[in-house]
Ligand binder design. Structure first.
Ligand SMILES: [Fe+2]
Ligand SMILES: [Fe+2]
Length: 381
C-alpha cells in the first residue's frame, strides 16, 4: 500500500477514529491502536484471501476437574441436547428467488432506501437487485463475524478457569462452525454473492483476537459482538419473508442465546473480582467497541458498489445515520447489549451518559441473560 493510499484511508475513517477516542482511556486506546492501524489504514483484509494474526492469550489446565459450576453444567447439558445438523435441519431445496413478490428478502415496508433520490429513479427490478445485494452484504458480515466467534470460542475454552466452563465452550466451538456453514451456504448457493469484511468489524475482531486477557475477549465477543448479532438476527428474521432465511436465523438465534448467557454468567462473577481501575478500563472498552459496531452498519462496501457514483460517502453516512429505518435497525441491534452490560456491572453512572448520547440507555431495563430465553428472542420475529 502506498503512503497516499494509507493517508486517504486515515482521512476517510477520520470520524470513526474520532469516535474511537470518545472515552479518552489511554489503556483502551493503546489496545485498539494496532487493530485500528491494520483495519482502517492498512486494510489488512480488503481484497485478501487470508489474514494471519498472532494470537495472544493463555491456556489454563485444570488437573482436579472440579465440578463446582452448576450453571455451566446446566448450560453444557442444554447445548448437547440442542445440537442440529446444518445439512438436514434446513430445507436447502427451497428455491430462493429475490424477485418473488410473495417472498421478498426484505419486506417492502422495511427497505430503508426510499428517501434516496437515486433510489426513486430506479426500476422495480433494480430496486430488488439492490435489496438482494444489501442483504448479501449484511449476511456476509454475519459470516465474517461468525468466523471471529469461532476463533474466540476456541480461545475462551482454553483460557477460562472453570472445568465445566471449558466443556460448555467446546459446544460453542461446534455451534459457531455450524453458523459459518449455514451463512456461507446461503450466500454461495442462494444469493450467489459475498462481500468482504467491513473495516469496522475487522477492527473489532482483530482487537478481540490480539488482546491477551480472557475476560476482555469474553466481553468483546460474548457480550458485545454476540449481543449485537442477536439483535441483528432477530431484526432480519422479523423483516424477511423468505422462508429458508427465516428458519436459518431461528436456529442460529437459539444457539446464540446460550452463548450470550454463558458470557453473562462468567463475566458477572469475574467483574466483581476486578480492581476499580480494571473495571473502569472494561467499561471504556465496551463502549469503544459499541461505537465501532455502530459504525459497522453504515454498509460502506454496499455504498461503494451501488451509490458512490451518485453521492459522496459523507452524504451516504448522513443518510445511514439518520434515515428512520436505518436508525431503527441499529437501535434494535443494541437492545440486547445494554441490559447485559448492566447485569455484569459495566454500566456505571460514569459511562451511562455515553450510552445516553447514542440513545441506547432506554434499553437498560430490558431483560438480560439468563432470564432472557431463546423463546423471548424468537417471540415476535
Ligand atoms: Fe454464532
Ligand atoms: Fe455465538
Amino acid at each position: 500500500m502506498t503512503f497516499q493510499n494509507a493517508l486517504a484511508n486515515v482521512v476517510s475513517n477520520a470520524q470513526t477514529l474520532r469516535d474511537a477516542a470518545r472515552t479518552k482511556d489511554a489503556k483502551v486506546l493503546s489496545s485498539l491502536l494496532g487493530p485500528a492501524l491494520r483495519g482502517f489504514v492498512l486494510q489488512s483484509a480488503r481484497g485478501a484471501t487470508q489474514t494471519t494474526l498472532p494470537v495472544a492469550g493463555t491456556a489454563q489446565f485444570r488437573w482436579k476437574y472440579e465440578e463446582d459450576q452448576p450453571d455451566f453444567r446446566k448450560l453444557y447439558r442444554a447445548a448437547k441436547r440442542s445440537q442440529w445438523d446444518a445439512e438436514s435441519a434446513l430445507d436447502w431445496s427451497i428455491e430462493v428467488d429475490p424477485f418473488d413478490p410473495e417472498r421478498p428478502l426484505l419486506a417492502d415496508e422495511w427497505v430503508p432506501f426510499e428517501q434516496l433520490g437515486a433510489w426513486k429513479k430506479m426500476t422495480s427490478r433494480e430496486k430488488v437487485e439492490h435489496v438482494r445485494d444489501y442483504i448479501a452484504w449484511v449476511l456476509s458480515q454475519f459470516l465474517h463475524g461468525e468466523q471471529g466467534a469461532l476463533f474466540a470460542a476456541c480461545e475462551v475454552t482454553q483460557a477460562v478457569p472453570w472445568y465445566e466452563g471449558k466443556l460448555y465452550g467446546a459446544t460453542q466451538v461446534v455451534d459457531e462452525a455450524r453458523h459459518l456453514e449455514v451463512f456461507h451456504r446461503y450466500l454461495s448457493t442462494k444469493l450467489e454473492r459475498h462481500y468482504a469484511i467491513d473495516d469496522n468489524l475487522y477492527v473489532v475482531i482483530d482487537a478481540i483476537v490480539s488482546d491477551p486477557r480472557f475476560d476482555v475477549k469474553f466481553l468483546g465477543m460474548q457480550i458485545m459482538v454476540e449481543g449485537l448479532a442477536l439483535g441483528a438476527f432477530g431484526t432480519y428474521r422479523s423483516t424477511t419473508r423468505e422462508p429458508l432465511l427465516k428458519e436459518l436465523l431461528k436456529l442460529v438465534i437459539t444457539d446464540e442465546a446460550r452463548h450470550v448467557h454463558y458470557g453473562v454468567l462468567a463475566l458477572a462473577e469475574h467483574v466483581k473480582t476486578l480492581s476499580a481501575s480494571e473495571r473502569k478500563e472494561r467499561e471504556d472498552y465496551a463502549f469503544e467497541l459499541a461505537l465501532l459496531m455502530r459504525n459497522r452498519f453504515l454498509a460502506h462496501e454496499f455504498f461503494e458498489e451501488h451509490f458512490a457514483h451518485v453521492m459522496s460517502r459523507r452524504e451516504w453516512d448522513r443518510f445511514a445515520l439518520t434515515a428512520p429505518l436505518m436508525q431503527h435497525f441499529r437501535r434494535t441491534m443494541f437492545q440486547r447489549i445494554v441490559p447485559n452490560l448492566k447485569r455484569i456491572g459495566l454500566l456505571s453512572d460514569r459511562v451511562r451518559p455515553y450510552y445516553a448520547e447514542l440513545g441506547l440507555l432506554e434499553f437498560e431495563h430490558g431483560k438480560a441473560a439468563p432470564e432472557l430465553t431463546a423463546g423471548d428472542l424468537l417471540a415476535g420475529t
